[in-house]
Design a protein around this ligand. Structure first.
Ligand code: ATP
Ligand code: MG
Length: 667
């Protein structure tokens, strides 16, 4: 009956979990015990047992994790068999739900997804309008507070700060008027749509009969509600997670969801996994010595048959520049002498800003790397320009895109006219596009301005018609668009150097290349393309472009991944644990984050910290992380950079140099 070869590689409890597909299943187990592997094998098993692929849903948190899962399933089944399974992030699942039924909530189906920079743009305008230019409410700060309020499900009136509450109310009202939703809305609205509409709910329950969630410990109450609404009467739901790896408390993740699981999905089959297949025993013991300092956790025994392994190196550095250089030298050695692939090596850090020095050092040494997180391709000016046009074609009410497009390049509609239109749209509570078509408004303008506006609206209608056709080749359409608006000339006029023009043009070409690729693999048209672009811009979750290289990655983004060789850098008090953790009482969560970092390593783990660090131009002294005191000394080899630098060159290294020298001399 089953030809699922994946099952052969599983241990007893893993196999039980993979084969038990009816009714609720809960797998709560430590890092590297094969939880994700159970999920992928389970999917392969269902496919071999003739469960239609379209009835299977697996959800996780990051695009990278979803892609990896999809790949793993792909290798386990025959070609094309897994094509119709849905393996995606929570956010992209919500987009699908909303594209099917958002009208029920008073939005139009063509809604636009606002990324963080769009949100901040909108907030800036609201703040200036409400408070005048002098008021110093930081839009980024406002954005953060609004997001927190949204996720905690608190009504605006509970917000302490009246100012924020007012900005929040206006923001939400205007978003809706723009027919746009932000990332938080995706979750909130999808849950509301399902909760308020039994027919919609039933339809989705019928669609996905088998549901799995990876990294369940990081779900918040909204994701739990989503799950409860999607799981149908058959209750075929399997969640896997590890309470020690819960690191999204700051985003409202709620560890009690695991306990609640039994409340909402009674009598689950509970499965325990204890064998770790990823790391050496030293790495596991080190991780365990740290995490056992957290109270309120389920004690787990983890063991590995991968041997003892090397001791973990703990190295202190004089400063962050030296740290970066030393690590890059280590990586080069690892690559040349141990023949490690760059893909098998990761450098993990706590904060995005820590990556800059590392990037510089890697570039200097010409070591290929992938920055996971960091400024996204899609945040570049020229890319945002093109995307604004495309978003506007699909949703005329998207004011943020319209305001970007209307003067890029300029088309005879001046700043004064734009300001008037914006004011009119606010006074009459209509979109700017509607304003531009409003006779009363047009009557206040000069003939010339009227003509320019008319030409602009005609232009929009013309492109919208083809953009809305699912079968349209939007890559070709975009090429025509760029010709028509003479975007290349615009770049020439607006860039400082020919190199900059060249770079921006190349980026645009790259974007169009991406469209061609998307057209080949997806039937969801321009809308589908723009959705995937927006979703790829989740702050913590920017995927790499697939090339080979060392991964530069935050510990948050590294969850679920594994690397043969791993460096964790800048482990100092104030960084890990983060300085905010004391006042916010999140020291335990910082400890879990460090635990996640440590358990990514399969064989080689090095942890570094710096005695001093440059901040605002000054060298400030730093202290080693207070977590070090908790680590089991027996697993650690402690040293400082000077010792290492003056140590004699190892034999293997010397031999390698000798070999290279010989090759050089022999030409
Ligand atoms: P995390 O908690 O970090 O998400 P996990 O529990 O999801 O970890 P996986 O990533 O599924 O663990 O597995 C860790 C590694 O162990 C992977 O390389 C996986 O292929 C391997 N592995 C899992 N189960 C087995 C097994 N039964 N035999 C051999 N290798 C296994
Ligand atoms: Mg996993």
């Amino acid at each position: 009956m089953t030809a699922n070869k994946g099952l052969l590689g599983l241990n007893e409890p893993q196999r039980a979990a993979a084969e038990h597909i009816h009714g609720p299943v809960l797998i709560l187990a430590g890092a590297g015990t094969g939880k994700t592997r159970v999920v992928t094998t389970r999917i392969a098993g269902m496919l071999y047992n003739d469960i239609p692929a379209s009835q299977i849903l697996a959800v996780t948190f990051t695009n990278k994790a979803a892609n990896e899962m999809r790949e793993r399933v792909g290798t386990m089944v025959e070609e094309g068999m897994a094509k119709d399974t849905t393996i995606c992030t929570f956010h992209s699942l919500c987009v699908r739900v909303l594209r099917s039924c958002i009208e029920r909530l008073g939005y139009k189906k063509t809604f636009t997804i606002y990324t963080q920079s769009d949100q901040i743009g909108l907030l800036k305008r609201i703040i200036v309008r409400k408070l005048g230019k002098d008021e110093s409410l930081d839009p980024k700060m406002a954005n953060m507070m609004i997001s927190q309020a949204k996720n905690s499900g608190q009504p605006v009136s509970d917000q302490e700060d009246a100012l924020i509450a007012e900005v929040y109310r206006t923001y939400q009202k205007e978003l809706k008027a723009l027919n746009a939703v932000d990332f938080d809305d995706l979750m909130i609205l999808a849950v509301r749509a399902l909760e308020e509409n039994p027919d919609v709910r039933k339809e989705w329950q019928r669609k996905f009969r088998f549901i799995m969630v990876d990294e369940f410990q990081d779900t918040n109450h909204l994701q739990m509600s989503l799950l409860r609404n999607l799981v149908g009467p058959e209750q075929n739901v399997c969640v896997v997670g590890d309470d020690d790896q819960s690191i999204y408390g700051w985003r409202g993740a709620d560890i009690t969801n695991i306990l609640d699981f039994e409340r909402f999905f009674p009598n689950p089959k509970v499965i325990k996994l204890e064998e770790n297949y990823r790391s050496t025993n030293r790495i596991l013991r080190l991780a365990n010595s740290l995490i056992r300092h957290n109270i309120d956790r389920r004690e787990k025994t983890l063991w590995s048959s991968r041997g003892e392994g090397e001791k973990i190196r703990l190295v202190s550095m004089p400063d962050a520049e030296t740290e970066a250089e030393w690590i890059v030298a280590e990586i080069l050695e690892c690559h040349r002498i141990d023949r490690r692939k760059y893909d098998d090596i990761a450098i993990q850090f706590r904060m995005n800003s820590q990556s800059r020095l590392l990037e510089e050092a890697l570039r200097e040494a010409e070591v290929p790397y992938k920055l996971i997180g960091g400024q996204s391709f899609y945040e570049r000016r020229e890319i945002k320009d093109v995307l604004a046009y495309l978003n506007l074609f699909l949703n005329h009410d998207d004011d943020v895109s319209l305001l970007r497009v209307i003067g890029t390049p300029s088309r005879g509609i001046g700043q004064g006219t734009i300001a008037l239109a914006t004011q009119f749209s606010i006074d009459h509570q209509i979109s700017i596009f509607e304003t531009l078509n409003d006779f009363e408004f047009l009557a206040t303008l000069t003939k010339r301005a009227q003509n320019a506006i008319e030409a602009f609206c005609d232009f929009l209608h013309r492109y919208s018609d083809s953009a809305h056709t699912d079968s349209a080749n939007y890559a070709t359409m975009t090429e025509e668009l760029l010709k028509e608006i003479e975007y290349s000339d615009f770049l020439k006029k607006n860039c400082k150097t020919p190199e900059e023009v060249d770079m921006r043009r190349r980026n645009v070409a790259e974007l169009i290349e991406g469209m061609h690729h998307h057209i080949e693999k997806s039937k969801r048209g321009l809308r589908g393309f723009l959705d995937s672009v927006s979703l790829a811009q989740d702050k913590e979750d920017k995927d790499d472009d697939g090339g080979e290289g060392v991964s530069l990655i935050t510990m948050h983004a590294a969850k679920g991944l594994e690397f043969a060789v791993s460096f964790i850098v800048g482990v100092e008090d104030g960084i890990l644990p983060h300085s905010r953790s004391i006042e916010e009482g999140t020291r335990d969560e910082e400890r879990r984050l460090f635990y996640v970092g440590i358990t990514r390593a399969m064989e080689d783990l090095t942890i570094t910290w710096c005695h001093s660090r440059r901040r605002y131009g000054d060298n400030l002294p730093c202290q080693a992380s207070s977590f070090f005191r908790e680590l089991n000394k027996e697993e650690i080899d402690e040293s400082d950079h000077e010792e290492l630098a003056s140590a004699p060159v190892e034999e293997a290294v010397a031999e390698d140099y000798f070999e290279q020298m010989k090759q050089m001399l022999s030409g």
